[in-house]
Ligand binder design. Structure first.
Ligand SMILES: Nc1ncnc2c1ncn2[C@@H]1O[C@H](COP(=O)(O)OP(=O)(O)OP(=O)(O)O)[C@@H](O)[C@H]1O
Ligand SMILES: [Mg+2]
Length: 387
């Protein structure tokens, strides 16, 4: 039997659970041509949610272009991937004739090199080394295409831009260019996704920012415990393994219902139950958690090594004591943190990089449950097992 849990990849279908409200809301917004921005911590299921929505929308005749800005660290790559995703999502559904590809891109300020793959589908490339101004103009023209296609075809178009924070990194002027083009595209629903929460919230909600009020925020929370519990139990049952109610609860307490972390810990718990040939109980989860932290050790070590000693100290104190009243004299003395201004600077860094998050009651916490456990292990100075 195959392990029914999946993590680190986009999940749809049977590996996808809950999100009924968000899915209905997102689908309705796209049908209405409403722009949406989905901001959440890393690995909360933004991309999976959008893919699940896209599945349904395509069947209803909506044209969808999906651009992952994670793959576009430079402008010529952005132009290349833009062309590719516009062609794949908005042009190819009307026939794969390569003639179409040249038609669509003929009027651009720069023409991409078009190659025809073995399966007859074209691929595009804007070569590096073109004049920056020309590339900028090509990008602007490409961004305008979804609107033109929607009008020509009389179809609703959804244009999804994943890892949108990269836009700011590639060129601080890019969001303003996008706004200028997008606000004229009334037939297109623009969907922006991103995980640098601080940066994105600012870009979409601060009055002097280019994306101000361009899109409706759709918050994505952890999956409700009851739904996740049912999901874990049924994935175990349908794959021929058993798990106790207590063990399910242990998993969810350890992960705080974080989607990715819950799937990861469930995966390890399932493997352990299989190798031991016994139902998973609470102690199985405890051992599985140790395994997960071992598996994540390399990643956390790199992260740790990238921090200054002082930032490490502040992070450790938040992980162990919760950071409640972190700027108070009492707290700073207890954790030997020194001046309040130094704590403020370190916290600004940790918050900006999402290593620490503020909680609704004004305290702070380390949102990554496994990092929290790793830090706790570090502070009680248990030897860290290395493979
Ligand atoms: N609805 C869901 N049901 C079950 N598991 C989910 C769900 N959504 C996300 N997950 C889990 O979370 C993981 C991350 O999902 P996904 O890549 O969609 O998140 P993301 O927010 O786009 O992440 P990133 O911030 O890295 O872009 C998935 O591999 C899966 O394990
Ligand atoms: Mg994603």
């Amino acid at each position: 039997m195959e392990n029914p849990f999946r993590y680190g990849e986009i999940v749809t279908g049977r590996a996808f659970t809950d999100r009924r409200t968000e899915l209905a809301e997102l689908t309705a917004d796209i049908h209405n041509g409403q722009n949406v921005v989905i901001i959440s911590p890393r690995r909360y299921g933004k991309t999976s949610l959008v893919f699940q929505a896209i599945d349904g929308l395509k069947r209803e005749g909506v044209l969808v272009a999906y651009l992952d800005m994670f793959r576009t660290p430079s402008k010529d790559r952005l132009a290349t991937h833009l062309a590719q995703s516009i062609y794949g999502g908005l042009v190819a559904p009307f026939g794969r004739l390569w003639q179409r590809a040249t038609d669509v891109f003929r009027n651009l300020p720069l023409n991409p090199k078009i190659t025809i793959n073995q399966d007859g589908a074209p691929s595009f490339e804007f070569a590096p080394g073109e004049r920056e101004r020309d590339v900028d103009q090509a990008i602007e023209a490409l961004l305008g295409l979804p609107g033109q296609i929607a009008q020509e075809r009389q179809r609703r178009v959804a244009f999804v831009i994943d890892e949108f924070q990269q836009a700011v990194d590639i060129d601080p002027h890019l969001p303003a260019v996008m706004r200028a083009v997008f606000q004229l595209q009334t037939e297109v629903a623009h969907v922006f996704l991103g995980s640098r929460q601080h940066l994105l919230q600012r870009v979409f909600t601060a009055e002097n920012e280019p994306m101000y009020r361009l899109a409706k925020p759709l918050p994505l929370r952890a999956i409700p415990a009851a739904d996740f519990a049912e999901f874990i139990a049924s994935q175990f049952a349908s794959s021929g393994q058993r798990i106790t109610g207590e063990a399910v609860e242990r998993i969810l307490t350890a992960t705080g219902c974080h989607p990715h972390d819950t799937q990861e810990l469930s995966y390890f718990t399932w493997e352990m139950a299989r190798s031991e040939g016994a139902p998973a109980g609470a102690s199985t989860v405890v051992r599985a958690l140790e395994r997960v932290i071992d598996a994540e050790d390399a990643r956390y070590t790199t992260l740790w090594e990238g921090l200054s000693p002082y930032r490490r100290l502040v992070l450790l104190s938040v992980a162990s004591a919760g950071g409640n009243g972190i700027y108070s004299q009492e707290y700073r003395r207890q954790h030997r943190l020194g001046a309040a201004s130094s704590v403020q600077r370190a916290m600004a860094y940790l918050l900006e990089n999402d290593l620490v998050e503020s909680t609704p009651d004004g305290a702070y916490h380390v949102p990554d449950a496994f990092l929290r456990a790793w830090l706790q292990r570090l502070s009680v100075s248990q030897p860290i097992k290395r493979p």
